[in-house]
Design a protein around this ligand. Sequence first.
Ligand SMILES: Nc1ncnc2c1ncn2[C@@H]1O[C@H](COP(=O)(O)OP(=O)(O)OP(=O)(O)O)[C@@H](O)[C@H]1O
Ligand SMILES: [Mg+2]
Length: 488
Amino acid sequence: MADSSSTTSSTVGQRWGDVEDDPVEVEESTSQTPENASSSSAVEVPNLDALAIDENKKKNDFLDEPEDTHISAVTSGDTLYATAAKFEDLNLSPELLKGLYVDMKFTRPSKIQSISLPMILTPPYKDLVAQAHNGSGKTTCFVLGMLSRVDPNLKEVQALCICPTRELAIQNMEVLNKMGKYTGISSVCAIPSGSADIPIAKSAEIKAQVVIGTPGRIRNLMTSRKLNTSNLKVLVFDEADHMLDDDGFKDDSLKIRRLMAKDNAHYQVLLFSATFNDTVKNFVSKVVKDGNQMFVRKEELTLDVVKQYKVICPNEQAKIDVIRDRIFELGEKLGQTIIFVHSRKSANELHKKLGDYGYGCTTIHGALDKDFRDKIVKEFKDGLTKVLISTDVLARGFDQSQVNLVINFDLPVKHNYPSDPDYEVYLHRCGRAGRFGRKGAVFNLLSVDMDHMLLEKIEKHFGTKIVEVPNWKSDEDFEKALKAAGLL
Ligand SMILES: Nc1ncnc2c1ncn2[C@@H]1O[C@H](COP(=O)(O)OP(=O)(O)OP(=O)(O)O)[C@@H](O)[C@H]1O
Ligand SMILES: [Mg+2]
């Protein structure tokens, strides 16, 4: 079912993740910006002060949170940042504290929050590149960053967050609205809407104080002069490695920065992701030259709380049998499951086959109608559906704490080199389970030689051994695996 011929359509192009966004409407002449102008020069080593994390204090103080043991943070300049043990240490407004405690029901900052929030919120508001594990609470870092910096009396766009998918933009907007409920700060989600979409040229200029959207839409709003960034204080890239990757949205992201440079040079840039491969890391260091940085070693990025397994199936049909006979049956006793497939075609085929066997599930991918996509996600988030088949459109950022089982029906591969695994996407897919320290399991279904080769490469890359489920037909073996993962 790993049909690469159907993965890319003209709307997807070179891009990862089966993404559909606005096509580019207006082309502008390309002027050099500081970041691309410098892209051929050597990486500058900033004047760094190591902010050491005390190894003796590594015991996990946070209730059910993953232990980001070796986040190495380097600060640029003379500012000293104390870590925040409590939200009260961050000088947040009473309205924001109320949102955090009453609506979000948070009790204290996670590790990434306690280290990065002082860096984000302390003048001179340096740029920040922050890497931390999947599910460790990065959204709160940049949402609080945006909400804290907005001047409530200025009815202009002051914070902008760009995300790779509409699903992530909507999700981040929901977090912002909940966390900022008592602040009165206005916000708008800038994504192509479904049936009700009106042409950008006919839409009103955005006056909301916070804008969260997808790159194509943001770019088009800017070129159509419907999004004025002259008062911008914070620019966030969620899933920043993908936003600045050649295979991702690098062109759009740089274009957006170039357009901004025309009327505003003084805003803070915040880049967040669980993954930054070496190429992107190098590039990022040039984009935020004088910023603070936090990185995690790749060997430490897999989540200990999520147990990874491989299931050796004699053929592709056996993979479907595993889903039908083991996953659906055992899944009854678990939370929710996401099954990742390689292409829109394989998503539709798997959906149909399971449906023919009488097993109900829903499917999401980039070719579906936008309103329908939103409905599928809402139903899953509301717990109305238990098993969701997805392309990589939900691989990154999607947050649903009830998901404790991830199935890689097809392993993720690089767009241009299908014999190479996409290591980052593998990690992000696994990270849909085990959110904020919860338990989870991943079953990698293997049949053809290529599957075996890809998984071996993944094991080698992350320096981990993925345990084999001895017999793909044995309920007992699957039960044992789920027990070992702490799920039964
Ligand atoms: N301080 C906190 N206390 C309790 N729960 C928290 C806290 N911070 C975040 N969470 C919860 O943890 C979950 C994961 O957070 P979030 O989606 O921000 O992770 P992430 O780091 O962005 O992960 P990913 O890399 O997969 O996008 C969310 O459901 C969020 O509400
Ligand atoms: Mg996230």
